[in-house]
Ligand binder design. Structure first.
Ligand code: 5AD
Ligand code: SF4
Length: 478
């Protein structure tokens, strides 16, 4: 399914200056990481910062101050390559300016566009020094050394035999220290080959990290103050990691072990495929209170014909049945999803089946996209491409319905008391903000010492994309 997009141009700069200092003797060098796309890219950017820290690289706020700039790219939807080339044009100017002042700048392009279009990038943007696919981040220090030595471009877009997770350093406190929520990649790649999707080509075959390494990383996160972990994977519920006894663990078993870590209040996972929503995982939603009752379960379409054409391997009724079982296991569970309108061959009738599925299931939140052909995927060359104006009209109708459902879901919380994990000061003075179990931002009047706690809040008001509430007296977790 890929992962939910964290925003198209969300920039982040790796770790703040308070992270562990560089290896002794090496001069401090500035690193600026620009991250586009999904949560997994956010996680990958933090790990690239980790592997470069021993070389003396420290995060800096702006590309102008950076000796190395990494552009971590996303290829999931439209015009990905053009966006990359336009951003590279901007970075080239910065590099030229720095060169004029006698400063060297390494530009690296990482992520899925690098994987899919590596040669094209080197041909069209020869000032790029390093092109690396998502499976080769652990080799970054060696690539930096090679780039500095050779003066020519270095490209690493193969799928190496070794697993990158075995070679990434054990960061003492991965990601931003002081964070209360964190991402943790447990699985990567995809073997499902949906007709429209580039992920199996850019991220490669499905691979799960061993249980011990996931648990060790989670414990380190909790020790550094993390209270909520989002497990990540392109097909996260297909997780099948090697267990400590040489056995194979599924996601349900892993969630149970994670829930036993003292101090870890909340566990989420994304993104899931309906075909991998097995009985054990459904039961885990009943048995593990820390597993949040909010599930991103992309369905893409409500038409059996289109689901078949998409190679999804399930019907619309299969999806309805999975949702019924999930609600049986955890009645307060709410759903999020991804939809594509205008897949090749989609008729008005097929689109109406999607609308009907949305009416039947009801979603608390959802992402919907116009189908856009990705070169090299089966659907790109399929006959019966849907005209752009038809896709536009369908997307508008679907988004209106989904918005209505999202507003209704948020409204249904008004008057209820829900646990909120407070993570920051609010935008208004005297306010603190956090997240509900269903991920809505919740604002209350409260003091900063409550940040880090999970407390009951009575919801008083629905705003456009968040909720207002008041703190209840009794504490859920001290
Ligand atoms: N066109 C439109 N949407 C796409 N997605 C993936 N590939 C395409 C494409 N070619 C959407 C799917 C997926 C989400 C991450 O992005 O809905 O679940
Ligand atoms: Fe998800 Fe299908 Fe893409 Fe795999 S091929 S990442 S299941 S949309």
């Amino acid at each position: 399914m890929g992962l939910r997009c964290a925003g198209t141009t969300a920039a982040m700069t790796g770790l703040p200056p308070s992270s562990p200092s560089p290896a002794r003797g090496l001069p401090a060098r500035g690193l600026h990481v620009i991250t586009w796309g999904c949560q997994m890219n956010v996680y990958d950017s933090a790990r690239m910062s980790d592997v470069l820290r021993p070389l003396g690289y420290q995060p800096v706020e702006t590309p102008e101050a950076a000796d190395m700039i990494i552009l971590n790219t996303c290829h999931i939807r439209d015009r990905a390559a053009e966006k990359v080339f336009s951003e590279l044009g901007r970075l080239r100017k910065i590099k030229d300016e720095r060169t004029a002042h006698g400063e060297q700048t390494i530009i690296a392009v990482a992520g899925c566009v690098a994987q899919a279009e590596g040669q094209e990038i080197l041909a069209r943007a020869p000032y790029v020094d390093i092109v690396l696919g998502p499976q080769t981040y652990h080799r970054l220090p060696e690539m930096v050394a090679r780039a500095a030595r050779a003066g020519g471009a270095v490209i690493e877009t193969d799928f190496p035999a070794e697993q990158k997770f075995d070679f990434l350093p054990d960061a003492a406190a991965p990601q931003t220290p002081g964070n209360l929520t964190a991402f943790l990649t447990i699985q990567e790649g995809c073997d499902k080959f949906c007709s429209f999707c580039v992920v199996p080509y850019t991220r490669g075959a499905e691979v799960s990290r061993p249980v011990a390494s996931v648990l060790a990383e989670a414990r380190r996160m909790v020790e550094s103050g993390v209270r909520e972990i989002s497990l990540l994977g392109q097909n996260v519920n297909a997780y099948h990691g090697a267990g400590p006894q040489g056995d194979v663990w599924g996601l349900a078993q892993l969630a149970e072990a994670l829930a036993a870590i003292p101090g870890l209040n909340r566990i989420r996972y994304a993104t899931s495929h309906p075909r991998d929503m097995d009985a054990a995982l459904i039961a885990a939603h009943r048995d593990i209170p820390a597993l949040m009752p909010f599930l991103h379960l992309p369905v893409q379409s409500g038409s059996d014909k289109i689901l078949r054409a998409m190679n999804r391997g399930h019907t619309a009724d299969d999806y309805r049945e999975i949702v019924r079982k999930l609600h049986e296991a955890r009645p307060d569970l709410a759903l999020s999803s991804d939809f594509i309108v205008g897949h090749p061959g989609e008729t008005d009738e097929d689109f109406e089946a999607t609308m009907q599925l949305v009416r039947d299931v009801t979603f608390a939140q959802a992402y919907s996209f116009k189908y856009s052909p990705r070169p090299g995927t089966p659907a790109a060359g399929a006959p019966l491409q849907v005209p752009e104006d038809v896709k536009d009209a369908r997307l508008q109708a679907l988004q209106a319905l989904l918005r209505e459902q999202q507003d209704a879901f948020n409204q249904s919380l008004v008057g209820q008391t829900v646990p909120v994990l407070f993570t920051s000061e609010g935008r208004k003075p005297g306010q603190i903000s956090g997240r509900s179990p269903w991920l809505q931002p919740v604002h209350v009047t409260g003091t900063p010492d409550l940040i880090g706690q999970e407390l009951p809040v009575r919801i008083t008001e629905r705003l456009t994309n968040s909720l207002n509430g008041v703190l209840e007296e009794e504490k859920v977790y001290a």
